[in-house]
Design a protein around this ligand. Structure first.
Ligand code: NAD
Ligand code: TDX
Length: 352
C-alpha cells in the first residue's frame, strides 16, 4: 500500500508517545507512522497493543544516540515529518544519573536534527516537531505564569538537558533554515504512565497498601494536564502550528502535591470500597527532592487563540478515568513493575 506521508515518532512506546501514536495511527490512515524506541525501562510495547497490527504502523527498535542507525533510517524513509518525544523523563533519575539524560536528550536530539537536515530539500514541506517541557523555564514563586517569552532557567539535570535540546532545535532552524516547531507542556497524567511519576505511583501504592511518599512538606505546585489533551495539542501543532514557533501547553489546573494526594486518596477509598480516610493514612512525608522546583504554571493563551486548542476534560473527570484505568489494568501494572513485559516482547516480536 502506498502512503501519502511518512511520519517518524520517537519514543512512541512511552507514556505520552503511545497516546500520540494511537491518535495518529487511528486518525491518519493515509500516513505511515514509524515508531522508533529503545525500549528502556519506560518504553513498553504493551502500550501499543491496540494498534500494533494496523497496516499504517511500523515499530523499529533503536537508539537515537546511535548516529549511524539514525542516518540510515532517515535515508531509507525520507520522512515528511518527525515528532520527537524520546527522552529520559524522570527528574529523580536525572539527579542520580545525569549522563544518561545528556546522552539521550541532547546527543540524541542532535543526531535527529542532523539526519533531518540531510533529507530537507524543499524545507517548507517537512517539519521537525520537538516535544518539550515547561521545566525549562525554571521555578515560579507564588504568582505569575510561564509564557513563550519567559527566559530559560533550568534547574535539574533533566530540565537542563531538555533546555539544551530546545536550544539546538532553534539554532538549527536559525542557522540551517530547517522547519521546526516546539511545544513546552506542563505535567501530564493519564493511562500508561510508568508508576515512578507521582500520580500512578500513588495509585499503585494505595492499591497495595504501601506508603505514599510525599517529598518535603508537599507544598510544591504542578499544573496537571490529561495526556489525551496533550496528544490533541500535539496533533494540532504538528498539522497547523507555524514553523519556527513555540507553543506552551497547560491545563490551567494547579495543585499543591499534598492536596492532590488527598484528592486521590478520596477517589481510591470510593473505588476500593474502603472507609473514608483509609488511604490517607498511607501518606508519608519523606526527604525533599534535591533542588525541588516550587511551582510550575503555564499560560496557554497562545495555543488557545492561534489553534483553538483547549482541554477536553475537567481534572475530576481525568483523574477518575485514570484511576479506573490503573485498577482495570492490573496485569499492565504488574508487568511493568516487575519487568515481566520483556517476556511479552520475546513471545510477540522476538525482541530481547
Ligand atoms: P517516558 O519516559 O514515558 O517515555 C520515553 C520513551 O522514550 C520510552 O518509550 C523510552 O523507551 C524512549 N527512549 C528513551 N531513551 C531513548 C533512546 N536513547 N532512543 C530511543 N528511545 C528512547 O516519557 P514521557 O513522559 O512519555 O515523555 C515523552 C516526552 O514528553 C519527553 O520528551 C518529555 O520530556 C516530554 N514531556 C513529558 C511530560 C510529562 O509530564 N510526562 C510533560 C512535558 C513534556
Ligand atoms: O514520590 C513522589 N513524591 C512526590 O512528592 C514523586 C515521584 C514526586 N513527588 C513530587 C515531586 C513533584 O513536585 O510530586 C511532583 C510531581 O513529580 P513527578 O511526577 O516526578 O513530576 P515532575 O518532577 O513535576 O516532572 C514531570 O512533569 C514535567 C515529568 O516527569 C517530566 O517529564 C515533565 O517534563
Amino acid at each position: 500500500m502506498m502512503f501519502e506521508k511518512k511520519i517518524l515518532i520517537t519514543g512512541g512506546a512511552g507514556f505520552i508517545g503511545s497516546h500520540v501514536i494511537r491518535r495518529f495511527v487511528n486518525n491518519y490512515s493515509n500516513c505511515l507512522i514509524i515508531n522508533i524506541d529503545k525500549l528502556t525501562y519506560a518504553g513498553n510495547l504493551e502500550n501499543l497493543k491496540e494498534i500494533e497490527t494496523k497496516s499504517n504502523y511500523r515499530f523499529v527498535k533503536g537508539d537515537i544516540v546511535d548516529a549511524d542507525f539514525i542516518f540510515k533510517l532517515f535515508e531509507e524513509h525520507q520522512f515528511d515529518g518527525v515528532i520527537h518525544l524520546a527522552a529520559e523523563s524522570h527528574v529523580d533519575r536525572s539527579i542520580s544519573n545525569p549522563i544518561e539524560f545528556i546522552n539521550t536528550n541532547i546527543i540524541g536530539t542532535a543526531n535527529l536534527l542532523n539526519a533531518f537536515r540531510s533529507i530537507c530539500k524543499n524545507t517548507d514541506e517537512k517539519r521537525f516537531y520537538h516535544v518539550s517541557t515547561d521545566e525549562v523555564y525554571g521555578s515560579l514563586g507564588e504568582s505569575g505564569f510561564f509564557t513563550e517569552e519567559t527566559s530559560y532557567d533550568p534547574r535539574s539535570p533533566y530540565s537542563a538537558s531538555k533546555a539544551s535540546s530546545d536550544h539546538l532545535v532553534r539554532a538549527y532552524h536559525h542557522t540551517f533554515k530547517i522547519p521546526v516547531v516546539i511545544s513546552n507542556c506542563s505535567n501530564n497524567y493519564g493511562s500508561h504512565q510508568f508508576p515512578e511519576k507521582l500520580i500512578p505511583l500513588a495509585i499503585n501504592n494505595i492499591k497495595n497498601n504501601k506508603p505514599v511518599p510525599v517529598y518535603g512538606e508537599g507544598v510544591n505546585i504542578r499544573d496537571w494536564l490529561f495526556v489525551e489533551d496533550h496528544a490533541l495539542a500535539i496533533d494540532m501543532i504538528y498539522h497547523k502550528g507555524k514553523i519556527g514557533e513555540t507553543y506552551n501547553i497547560g491545563g490551567s489546573n494547579e495543585w499543591k502535591n499534598i492536596d492532590l494526594i488527598h484528592k486521590l486518596c478520596e477517589i481510591m477509598d470510593k473505588k476500593l470500597n474502603r472507609l473514608a480516610g483509609t488511604s490517607a493514612k498511607l501518606i508519608t512525608f519523606v526527604k525533599d527532592r534535591a533542588g525541588h522546583d516550587l511551582r510550575y504554571a503555564i499560560d496557554s493563551s497562545k495555543i488557545q487563540a492561534a489553534l483553538g486548542w483547549k482541554p477536553s476534560v475537567t481534572f475530576e473527570q481525568g483523574l477518575e478515568k485514570t484511576v479506573d484505568w490503573y485498577l482495570a489494568n492490573e496485569a499492565w501494572l504488574n508487568h511493568i513493575t516487575s519487568g515481566a513485559y520483556k517476556t511479552y516482547y520475546k513471545q510477540q516480536y522476538n525482541i530481547a
